[in-house]
Structures are given as C-alpha cells and as structure tokens.
Design a protein around this ligand. Structure first.
Ligand SMILES: *[C@@H]1O[C@H](CO)[C@@H](O)[C@H](O)[C@H]1NC(C)=O
Ligand SMILES: *[C@@H]1O[C@H](CO)[C@@H](O)[C@H](O)[C@H]1NC(C)=O
Length: 189
C-alpha cells in the first residue's frame, strides 16, 4: 500500500506542482527600474542609408530563391528574393558601408508590383555596431514614396518602433538593379 502511494506520488506530484507553478511563474510584472528604463529617456533617431539591391552580375546581393510560380503572371506573384543588401552612406555602392539589410521580399500582388518585405538592418559601424532594426511592411515599388513600419530591434534598439520612408534613387530596367534611399525614424532607448 505504501509503495503504491510512493509510486503514485513520484509520478503525479511533479505534474501537480508544475501545473500550480505555471499559472504563476511564466509571467510577472516588472518595474521599469529593473531594466534601467526609468533613467533613460526614449529618444528619436533619424537614420539615412542607401540600400543596394544587386540582382545582376557575378556577385548579386539579392537572389531569387522562389521563381514566379505562375508563368503568365505580369507581377511575378509568389516569387521570393533572399537579400543581404549593402547599406551605404552615399548612393554609390563603394561609399562607406554602415550595415547590411538581411531578409527577404516577396511579390504579393497579382495586379501591381507590390512586395512584402521582412528585413533586419544589421548596423556594423559606430555606436550602433551590433544592433539591429527590424522592418516589416508593404512596398509598392513604383510609388514615389513608400512607408514601412519599424516593428522592433535588438541591442540599442530594444523596444524600437517607428517607420521607414523610402524612395527609389536609381533603377535599371535592363539589369533590375536598384538603389533605394531609406530614411528611418525610430523611437528607442
Ligand atoms: C494565367 O493562366 C491561368 C490558367 O491558365 C488563367 O486562369 C489566368 O487568367 C491567367 N492569368 C493572366 C494574368 O493571364
Ligand atoms: C563592430 O563590432 C564587431 C564585433 O564586435 C567588431 O569586430 C568590429 O570591429 C566592429 N566594427 C567597428 C567599425 O567598430
């Protein structure tokens, strides 16, 4: 009888305990002080980069990983490009490199050239070296000015939110290479 109780206890008490703990321990309210956020003012920063979508040549930074599934689609609906696009200070590709835009874009419209873009801007220069800004949004590439949300970040961009405004600086209809100016307005600590 006792051994049976022992076996019962061994098998079932952990579950009872876990259940009781789960409801209390997986989330708690923190004081902002614990992350040092009370002393830090949230600040607004403006970044300007040139984003280079190099699809042609021997060293493309943007590679089509899913070809358009419908052969007759005029918008390449469903195609996906994986990118690691250089971010430079000036429009020239050989100007100072300050980071890389890593992510992908996918054609999401059957009637116009509109992309879903998911990117991490990984900064490699200065104070923000090692920090990232995450952008997720809709890009109607032929509009003069487009806007996409900044949905978060890491490192110095923890709790980041904001938006990116972009305009095409240069586009080659023959190679499909593009240079896009990004102005990013971001609130962060
Ligand atoms: C593409 O082809 C499909 C099937 O053949 C057809 O239903 C569709 O209307 C076509 N789309 C266009 C844009 O021509
Ligand atoms: C950026 O950080 C990396 C990793 O810590 C380091 O190797 C690199 O030298 C830094 N770059 C600059 C320009 O400070």
């Amino acid at each position: 009888m006792f051994t049976q109780f022992l076996i019962f206890s061994l098998f079932f008490t952990p579950f009872i305990f876990t259940a009781a703990h789960d409801t209390h321990d997986f989330v708690r309210t923190l004081d902002r002080k614990m992350l040092g956020l009370d002393e830090k003012q949230e600040k607004l920063s403006h970044f300007r980069f040139y984003w280079h979508d190099v699809v042609s040549g021997r060293n493309p930074s943007s590679i089509e990983v899913v070809p358009p599934p419908l052969k007759n689609s005029t918008t390449s609906f469903g195609s996906v490009n994986m990118i690691e696009n250089p971010l430079t200070l000036e429009p020239q590709l050989n100007s100072k490199l300050v980071g890389k835009a890593q992510g992908f874009y996918a054609s999401t419209s059957q009637s116009e050239i509109t992309l879903l873009m998911a990117m991490n801007f990984a900064i490699t220069e200065g104070k923000y070296n090692g920090s990232t800004i995450t952008i997720l949004g809709r890009n109607s590439v032929y509009d003069k000015e487009r806007e996409m949300p900044v949905i978060g970040g890491s490192g110095l961009f923890r709790f980041a939110r904001g938006y990116a405004q972009l305009r095409t600086h240069w586009f080659s209809p023959t190679t499909k290479d593009a240079i896009v100016e990004y102005n990013i307005y971001v609130l962060h600590y």
